[in-house]
Design a protein around this ligand. Structure first.
Ligand code: PEP
Length: 256
């Protein structure tokens, strides 16, 4: 299976800055067949960057989109409008869930809309620090996973990527902590078990699962070798070109 290295730029970079970053990144990036490098800039940068990106080397992802294709939804951008512009879209990121109040129903509609528009959704799931402390991690993971996939037809489930992002490990969370490889392995194996019990063994084995939470070039190797982890979703460190490039290098080394 491929490894995925995804840079979630969140609300950072002007279109010009994004373009310069992309130019520098892809100039020195070899065409790695077994590593899918994805950057997810702000929506406004997607169309111009789609004309600049070398799709043999890397891919473009959105950070969010709306599930309806058109209509009276002021301020929204539809998956249907991003069709052909991006190959991936992050869906259900914890910042969308907690700041913008997206619940599992909304997330499910977005996952389905992405698939419908030939965009691979990267469905983010993860527990808060207090949910973990109260022993609720397994329930939260199950609810977000089954809830998020609930509107996708069985035949399309293989088009989804899951990202496990414990919220307590995300660098912008107050007093964020690093997740240990054992903690990640336990939840990743739970995710595969839930997928297996619900949708069958094949899907459970084949769905790519990424880890995200304060990943940088120093810990990327340890996280990429956690059993069942197929890649990384990188926030803060992806804003620094040298860090992101080093993480891709680490992924290449782990792969070979
Ligand atoms: C994220 O928010 O998706 C993320 C993984 O952020 P960071 O790498 O900064 O913890």
């Amino acid at each position: 299976m491929k490894s995925y290295i995804v840079g979630n730029w969140k609300l950072n970079f002007t279109v010009g800055e994004a373009s310069i970053y992309l130019h520098k990144l892809q100039k020195n990036l070899p065409n790695y067949r077994d590593i899918e490098v994805i950057i997810a800039p702000s929506t406004i940068a997607l169309q111009p960057l789609s004309l600049q990106i070398d799709r043999h080397k890397m891919k473009l992802g959105a950070q969010n989109a709306f599930y309806r294709d058109y209509g009276a939804f002021t301020g929204e951008t539809a998956f249907s409008q991003l069709r052909g512009i991006v190959d991936y879209c992050i869906v259900g990121h914890s910042e969308r869930r907690y700041i913008f109040r997206e619940d599992d129903k909304m997330v499910a509609k977005k996952v389905a809309a992405a698939v419908r528009n030939k965009i691979t959704p990267i469905l983010c799931i993860g527990e808060t620090e207090s949910e973990r402390a109260f022993g609720e991690t397994a329930d939260v993971i199950r609810d977000q996973l089954i809830g998020g996939l609930s509107e996708v037809a069985d035949d399309d489930l293989e088009k989804v990527i899951i990202a496990y992002e414990p919220i307590w490990a995300i660098s912008s969370t107050k007093s964020a902590k690093l997740a240990s490889p054992d903690e990640i392995a336990e939840v990743v194996s739970l995710i595969r078990k839930i997928l297996g019990d619900t949708y069958g063994k094949k899907l459970a084995e084949e769905v790519p699962i990424l880890f995200g939470g304060s990943v940088n070039s120093s810990n990327a190797g340890a996280y990429l070798t956690v059993p069942g982890v197929n890649g990384l979703l990188v926030g803060g460190a992806s804003l620094i070109l040298s860090e992101f490039t080093d993480i891709i290098e680490v992924a290449k080394r782990v792969k070979s």
